[in-house]
Write a protein that binds this ligand. Structure first.
Ligand code: Q46
Ligand code: ZN
Length: 320
């Protein structure tokens, strides 16, 4: 026997949300999903009407759902999609097609930043040169730097990213294990401006699971990628997510409880304990002028760029 939607009582339920024990039809699910995002935005005061918002898009289910929900909820909001083409064969082109389709559907501007055109190298060069194996940590650092730099150069006031509940719990879980208090404190739904050149970051999907984002994107027929980056397989973050999903099989609201207790009870205590600590100094990178915690030294991004460019130059010299 098929069950009816718990909200409308009319349509056939197609999705079961174990963490809240709800059977929902696609329409009610979509409505509740959008409401959850609106509640997150309002409770953290993430967006104001004068904002010029940059949305970091990747062609994935999360960032596509994010852009779609934001333009549904705030149709007058000044919103620009930003895509970084990393130059991963097949994958990057495939993702670019998806974000171009999304921008057309939403009627929003899309800024495409090609690493190869602008910087003269791709993520594949990172693998071939300095990293040898997986280039993911450098790739993450490059993306973080560029999203901020692009938003700053375009005069955008905030950057929204598609980090969802699963991503956040996975990252928190890792920082707890490492005892990495500095990163733990920085991982917030709303990271305000700490320097004139640092654009505030918001995570409106922090209350939605991977599954909810996937269902939402498919119910809305959003253009999302069907290819994975060749470096994503077997990553530590995926393994940690698998472990957390095993816990959820036994304790369905585990991730929701974890994140609630972290943000409502534990983080305020940590922040209180760190209150009298001096803020780390911020310097200007001598190469790009962007903020860095390193004194008289290039920022992390510029270091990666000069390393990979130096290696590429060496290779060219040896080859000629
Ligand atoms: S794009 Fe970059 Fe991911 Fe590919 S190289 Fe790794 S970090 S897996 S989200
Ligand atoms: Zn720099």
């Amino acid at each position: 026997m098929t069950s009816k939607c718990r909200r409308c009582g009319l349509n056939r339920a197609e999705i079961y949300l174990a963490h809240s024990n709800l059977n929902l039809c696609p329409d009610c699910f979509s409505l509740l999903t959008e409401r959850k995002v609106k509640n997150t935005i309002e409770s953290y005061k993430m967006i104001s009407k004068d904002d010029k918002l940059g949305v970091a898009v990747s062609g994935g289910k999360d960032s596509s759902s994010l852009a779609f929900i934001l333009s549904n909820l705030y149709d007058k909001l000044d919103m620009t999609l930003i895509y970084i083409d990393l130059g991963v064969p097949e994958y990057s082109k495939h993702c670019l097609e998806k974000v171009e389709d999304l921008a057309k559907i939403l009627g929003k501007d899309l800024v495409v930043y090609s690493l190869e055109d602008k910087m003269g190298f791709t993520i594949m060069d990172l693998k071939k040169t300095i990293y040898g194996r997986k280039p993911c940590s450098a790739c993450g650092a490059i993306k973080r730097y560029l999203f901020n730099k692009i938003a700053y150069d375009f005069g955008l006031t905030k950057i929204a990213t598609g980090h969802n509940l699963d991503d956040t719990v996975e990252a928190l879980f890792n920082f707890y294990i490492e005892g990495n208090v500095k990163s733990l404190v920085r991982l917030k739904p709303y990271l305000p401006k700490t320097h004139p050149k640092i654009v505030p970051k918001i995570k409106p999907l922090i209350g939605l699971t991977d599954m909810e984002c996937l269902f939402y994107a498919s119910y809305k027929g959003l253009p999302i990628r069907t290819l994975e980056c060749q470096f994503s397989k077997g990553s530590r973050s995926i393994r940690r997510k698998e472990i957390l999903n095993m816990i959820v099989e036994k304790i369905p609201n585990f991730k929701h409880a974890f994140i609630n207790s972290h943000y409502k009870r534990i983080l305020p205590l940590i922040e209180q304990a760190l209150k009298n600590q001096e803020m780390p100094e911020i310097y200007d990178c001598p190469l790009c002028g962007m903020p860095t915690s390193l004194k008289d030294a290039p920022c992390h991004f510029c270091k990666i760029v000069s390393l990979v460019k130096g290696e590429l130059e060496n290779k060219r010299m040896y080859a000629s």
